[in-house]
Design a protein around this ligand. Sequence first.
Ligand code: DX5
Ligand code: ZN
Length: 232
Amino acid sequence: MTFSRAIKIAPSILSADFANFGAECRAIEAQGADWVHVDVMDGHFVPNITFGPSTCAAIRPHIKGVMDVHLMIAPVDPYIEAFAAAGADVISAHLEAGPHIHRTLQAIRATGKKAGLAINPGTGIDAVGDLLDMVDLICVMTVNPGFGGQKFIHSQVDKVRRLRAMIGDRPVHIEIDGGVTVETAPLVVAAGADVLVAGSAVFKGGSVANPTAYGANIMAIRNAAKAALPKA
Ligand code: DX5
Ligand code: ZN
């Protein structure tokens, strides 16, 4: 994975057909997805349960590009190896998931995978400053984690702007996760984000049988995002 701040659209399979993940991953990639965002939830750190390492391993052969695994679990450390072995390219852990985030990020990087740090809407970015050399990506949650289709939390846009300034020219992505649509994508890109997770806004109106809707949705978000990029 060479670093580039070019806009990337990362559909979240939380909004996909859970009975057909392999075909859904192939469909969104064929329709223009840059990354595939995989939302792992344990019913403890967040009030929902999705899937674990075995599902990630099962969908890996159906993803040509980046498998971006978002761990909404606590504790994280006992499961890092399993998600790395399942084929994750990026493994993101929540700052709020435990008392030793620095050790968690070390453990993720020790597997050779990219390390992501996810922060909830209620978490400030002060602690992030001391972790910028330990991460390849910061995932700014723009909803409270656990479900797709929630309303974007606009107060997080200023957090993105401050985070972008903090990162400087380090090769660290800013990923936005939750409520990304053609309306909200420009706000976060103008503030400095480069990876846009979108579940409901990508999967709405489409299916494996009708994947062109996925492509149209991805294109609409990408175009709205690009229009907000600072003019070169
Ligand atoms: C929420 C997940 C998000 C979610 C995004 O806990 O981390 O990735 O699936 O879904 P939308 O784009 O519908 O808000
Ligand atoms: Zn997510």
